[in-house]
Design a protein around this ligand. Structure first.
Ligand code: ADP
Length: 479
């Protein structure tokens, strides 16, 4: 493998290219007209414009990207996350054109891309599942019966759903029919597939996922868990590894279940098996994501492996160079997704120009970044600017480093989730480890954040004033 094309943009494109470069592999970037001056374009050895700003006219044009890869004499394509990464048709086109797709086979992507098909695929392996329907709902009477048996509240989910979209909580029987109809039409317009199903709504779960990696020789490893319970709109904002609630026995059981899920679909490459963990520490299989996850760096920091390096090795047909017994957890890692979103305003995207943009540096701090000062945050794509990742020998040290890193991170021109990250890291519920996926609803409000920022500003002003008065005293010339 001499040359890789990265069919993505932003931090993940750079992240992948960094490892490729380390392995002596040349890189090709693709970019839309909106990204002409983006750092990922300059980072690559070669770069090609693939179309207009909207992703449907650039980053999602699979056939066009494959065509470019062939012209550029590329050997393999890495899809990153998002865009074409979980598109089985794209994976197939890539291989049909004699190129290597750095990811699982199209069949595994297809099966795991449908939450119902995924549950069906893993049935033979005795994986615990959230109680609910195992097929798409077409009959309202059946839906009612299932919901009564499970007990309200229940959750309606789109089979093709992703990114926290297509989910509806139903609190009471009288809302069921209208909510199912609404969920179906939403799923149809968002995913082109109106299939929905019912799951028991687990009341205060934690989101725990297991990183897996499989080679083409039948070896499947798991790289322990990531805790991703700090979410807004069912989407992760803060992740960490390891989780503060898993015992080594539970970790082992969940790891083995994840390996079974991968085995069930003939998986190859990096993947993530997501579970919910309830208050009694029962875990339930949610879904499998068939790509490198946004939050993969926390796993890299606690295990010392480079997951992209392993992805490339596996794609070259090599055997995984480590065994499960050799893998160990060392220390603790935390990740904050730095989104251009306003935590004071319901986490709505905050687009604009990065008037000031300075990254933190120091021991135990890693920033996977895709932006630089002076750049406009495009409205066309996911508004994540960077991932701020910290490492410590224990959880409190990692949290403390995160607080320091947040205070060093300078962004002007757009609102970001940095103040929210600060809020989380100082909150007693987070610090004690006693939290679940409802952290934002239960502990956070824009008013609390504002009040804290005002107090901090007052303290800063008082400190500055005292310093000023002291300086004045020293400057006074004795008469
Ligand atoms: P998506 O594919 O859209 O990311 P997931 O199935 O992975 O959807 O779920 C995303 C999040 O939604 C979970 O992390 C959790 O917070 C919440 N969730 C999903 N299913 C349930 C459930 N049955 N009960 C309670 N919360 C759930």
């Amino acid at each position: 493998m001499q040359k890789i094309l990265v069919a993505n943009r932003g931090e993940i494109a750079i992240r992948v290219m960094r490892t490729a470069r380390k392995m002596g592999i040349k890189t090709v970037a693709v970019f839309s007209e909106a990204d002409r001056d983006a750092p990922h374009v300059r980072f690559a050895d070669e770069a090609v414009c693939i179309g207009e700003a909207p992703s449907s006219k650039s980053y999602l044009k699979g056939a066009h990207i494959v065509e470019i890869a062939r012209t550029m004499r590329v050997d393999a394509i890495h899809p990153g996350y998002g865009f074409l990464s979980e598109n089985s048709g794209f994976a197939r086109t890539v291989t049909e054109h004699g190129l290597v797709f750095i990811g699982p086979g199209p069949e595994a992507i297809q099966t795991m891309g449908d939450k119902l098909a995924a549950k069906e695929a893993v049935k033979a392996y005795d994986i615990p599942m959230v109680p609910g329907t195992d097929h798409a709902i077409s009959d309202m009477d059946e839906a009612l019966e299932v919901s009564r048996n499970i007990g309200f509240p229940i959750l309606i989910k789109a089979a093709a759903g992703g990114g926290g979209k297509g989910m509806r909580i139903v609190e009471a029987e009288k809302e069921l029919k209208s909510q199912i109809q609404r969920a179906m039409s939403e799923a149809e317009s968002a995913f082109g597939d109106g299939s929905v199903f019912i799951e028991k709504y687990i009341s205060s779960p934690r989101h725990i996922e297991i990183q897996v990696m499989a080679d083409t020789h039948g070896n499947i490893l798991h790289f322990f868990e990531r805790e991703c319970s700090i979410q807004r709109r069912h989407q992760k904002v803060v992740e960490e590894a390891p989780s503060s609630v898993l015992t080594s026995e539970l970790r082992d059981r969940m790891g083995r279940a994840a390996v079974d899920v991968a085995r069930a679909c003939g998986y190859v490459g990096a993947g993530t098996v997501e579970f919910l963990l309830d208050g009694e520490h029962n875990f339930y299989f949610l879904e499998m994501n068939t790509r490198l996850q946004v939050e993969h760096p926390v796993t890299e920091l606690i295990t010392g492996v480079d997951l992209v390096d392993l992805q490339i090795r596996v794609a070259r047909g090599e055997k995984l160079p480590i065994s499960q017994e050799e893998l160990r957890i060392r220390g603790h890692a935390l990740e904050l997704r730095v989104y251009a979103e306003d935590p004071q305003n319901d986490f709505l995207p905050s687009v604009g120009k990065l008037e000031r943009y300075r990254l933190p540096e120091g021991p135990g701090i890693r920033v996977d970044n895709g932006f630089e000062e002076g750049m406009q945050v495009p409205i066309y794509y996911d508004p994540m600017l960077a991932k701020l990742i910290t490492y410590g020998s224990n959880r409190i040290e990692a949290i403390q480093r995160m607080l320091e890193a947040i205070s060093m991170y300078q962004v002007e021109g757009v609102a970001t989730t940095l103040p929210f990250g600060d809020f989380v890291c100082r909150h007693p519920a987070f610090r004690s480890g006693d939290f679940n996926t409802h952290f934002v609803r239960e502990h956070y409000s824009a008013e609390l954040l504002r009040a804290r920022e005002e107090t901090e500003a007052r303290i800063a002003a008082a400190v500055a004033l005292r310093q000023y008065l002291e300086d004045q005293k020293q400057l006074r010339i004795p008469t």
